[in-house]
Design a protein around this ligand. Structure first.
Ligand code: GLN
Length: 235
């Protein structure tokens, strides 16, 4: 790793309509609290995606910016090269769907994704909007995730990925699972933003990039998480 941790936020001008910038801020802050120097790079869709980042983030958005973002990422190729170098990636909602082979456009037409994850998405019958809670795959050792979802898409997972979690409340991929992971790539429908609501997920990305991390006081985060969990899991 270079001297500072480089966090790359892909296409804030296209894919950041649901507070996903919070994911960038949380990662940055949690690294700094551990004394890890951080550089945050915002990559607009007119610019090339740098290959030298450690953690890449891409957020959610409306159908048209999603299609534009997928085209530009595919033409650019920088994210593929970064992942080949061993970088981590958190892809949320529209960004998650873009990582697959195909997703549904504004009329439900199939739009090619960029093929970094073995998933394919299409348009579901109704929009999924609301709170989401999901139990994480035991291999990742994370507590129950909470967040907010707002999407029409449903996502089918291929054998090359593992479901990130099983839904307790909400739709997620649409088959009882939520999100997926493969190598150091995580895809999820969780907004909220996901890392503010789930600091353990932020630390997983930081550990993949920077190695073991000292514990920090998370009592504020835990209060928010427990308050949300209590609200959505209430019988
Ligand atoms: N346009 C996509 C869908 O509706 C993604 C939405 C989002 O990013 N929130 O499935």
């Amino acid at each position: 790793m270079q001297s500072s941790l480089r966090i790359v936020w892909i296409y804030p001008d296209l894919l950041s309509t649901y507070g996903d910038q919070g994911n960038v801020l949380v990662l940055e802050q949690r690294a700094r609290r551990r004394g890890i120097p951080v550089e945050v790079v915002h990559v607009r869709s007119s610019d090339p995606v740098p290959e030298q980042g450690d953690i890449y983030l891409i957020g959610g958005g409306e159908d048209r910016p999603q299609i534009l973002g997928a085209e530009r990422l595919r033409r650019d190729g920088g994210l593929h090269r970064a992942i080949q170098r061993g970088a981590s990636l958190l892809a949320v909602c529209a960004g998650y769907q873009i990582m697959g082979s195909v997703f549904g456009g504004e009329e439900g037409q199939p739009v090619p994704g960029i093929g970094l994850l073995d998933i394919s998405s299409g348009r579901g019958e109704r929009r999924s909007v609301g709170e989401l809670a999901a139990e994480v795959d035991p291999s990742l050792g994370l507590p129950t995730l909470t967040g907010f979802e707002n999407h029409m898409g449903v996502t089918r997972l291929g054998p090359g990925v593992t479901p990130l979690s099983r839904t307790l409340v909400g739709t997620g991929n649409g088959d009882g699972t939520e999100g997926c992971f493969a190598g150091k790539i995580i895809g999820t429908y969780l907004h909220g933003p996901a890392l503010a609501r789930n600091p353990a997920l932020a630390d997983l990305l930081l550990r993949w990039a920077a190695g073991p991390l000292p514990a920090i006081d998370d009592s504020w985060y835990e209060r928010l998480r427990n308050e949300r969990l209590g609200a959505v899991l209430k019988p």
